[in-house]
Design a protein around this ligand. Structure first.
Ligand SMILES: Cc1ncc(COP(=O)(O)O)c(C=O)c1O
Length: 385
């Protein structure tokens, strides 16, 4: 199946319905068709309630939110910022927007999150060398939640500020604490493929209310509160639109259902594939309640010849969209030559990993079928295991 063809099963489609539609039309009819309006204010308040954050500003994308978050913690030209190498490009791109340099750190082999021990070692090395980074960016991957408590403690011990990229993990928590709540500042994404979509959008959140207010001010072209256009700072056009916020409000009301749907999808994959030798799922740490955004598995090369490309092709040939796991940033051509601490774990993840269709409305019989098709790609030895 080639690009442009219709998929029978999508990887992670937007899931909207009557609630979103009603709120969207209400916003439209109110004529708040602008990057200002009551739905933006309400969406921000509802996000703060969901996450427990002191303040939230709704923005045009998660990438914009990262840009403003890094700026807010003082990252600037010539700085180094440590960031998990296993992530989507935006986590690292935003660092470069400020003229800073991303320095990549490897992940834990079971959870695929930033490895706190490696982070500690690197920060200790940098303390001695006098090359302390301006910030650390940790990422909650595929809807799971990193050990933010431990990562925050490591950062605090080295006096480095923590920024959390929770783009993929809204609604997820660890030990009862929402994703993104241990850092000084964190971000969410409402891209079309995320658990909460606004048709494109993001948010910055923090307990520091003035930090968020300043980000909101910068996101609306840094307009001074006077009756003419007066600017004391360089601004950005990063604010979320009111129609988008209305859709987001509907998505928050139905988030629990989508999480339950995606959990059922993961459990079905686990039932079919969990006991198969040569297939490994992302490990869910004790106390972690993921949102199950993307079920991602790794294939043992000895048991799955030609993995994961062969599996990907087998699924694609029947209209089922799967995707290679994230390719780490230190292997991306655009970051060639950037510093990296470790990197082998993330490289192996890319080499062996595949994200499987995970939508909450996916028929569980289809999930079983996908599992069976994956099993059919295994070597004989694995099939009889
Ligand atoms: C980990 C991560 N960070 C940042 C982003 C960027 O968010 P957005 O697409 O809303 O700019 C995404 C996804 O798109 C992501 O997966």
């Amino acid at each position: 199946m080639s690009a442009g063809q219709t998929w029978r099963v999508l990887l992670s489609p937007p899931e909207v319905g009557d609630v979103e539609r009603e709120l969207l039309l209400g916003a439209f009819d109110s004529n708040w068709v602008a990057p200002a309006g009551p739905d933006i204010d309400a969406f921000e308040a509802e996000l703060a309630e969901l996450t427990g954050a002191g303040a939230v500003a709704a923005l045009s994308s998660g990438t914009a939110a990262l840009h403003l978050a890094l700026m807010a913690v003082g990252v600037g030209a010539g700085d180094d910022v440590l960031v998990s190498t296993l992530t989507f490009g935006a986590s690292a791109f935003a660092i470069t927007y400020l003229g800073a340099r991303p320095c990549f750190v490897d992940c834990d082999p079971d959870t695929w999150h930033l490895d706190p021990d490696l982070l500690d070692e690197e920060l200790t090395r940098r303390d001695r060398a006098g090359t302390r980074p301006a910030a650390v960016v940790s990422v909650d991957l595929y809807g799971s939640v990193a050990d933010g408590e431990r990562i925050a403690a490591v950062c605090a011990a080295h006096d480095v500020v923590l920024v959390q990229d929770a783009a993929e993990s809204i609604g997820a928590s660890r030990n009862g604490v929402a994703s993104g709540r241990q850092g000084r500042v964190s971000i969410l994404s409402f891209n079309g493929n995320k658990m909460v979509t606004t048709g494109g959008g993001g948010a910055i959140m923090s307990d520091d209310v003035s930090l968020v207010s300043h980000a909101r001010y910068l996101s609306t072209q840094a307009r001074q509160p006077v009756p003419w256009y007066e600017h004391a700072d360089i601004g950005f056009n990063y604010r979320m639109g009111n129609l988008n916020a209305a859709v987001g409000r509907g998505q928050l009301r139905t988030l629990d259902e989508r999480i339950a749907g995606r959990r059922a999808v993961r459990e079905t994959y686990e039932r079919v594939l969990g006991a198969v030798e040569g297939i490994r799922f992302q490990q869910i740490p004790e106390g972690c309640a993921p949102n199950h955004w993307l079920t991602t598995v790794m294939f043992d090369p000895e048991r799955f010849a030609g993995r994961p490309a062969a599996v990907l092709d087998a699924l694609r040939s029947v209209g089922i969209e799967a995707r290679h796991a994230f390719k780490p940033m230190h292997l991306q051509p655009v970051f060639a030559g950037a510093p990296v601490v470790g990197g082998a774990v993330a490289a192996e993840h890319f080499e062996r990993g595949l994200s499987l269709p995970s939508g909450s409305r996916l028929d569980l019989e289809v999930v079983e079928e996908i599992g069976e098709r994956i099993l059919a790609c295994a070597t004989t030895e694995t099939r009889s295991a």
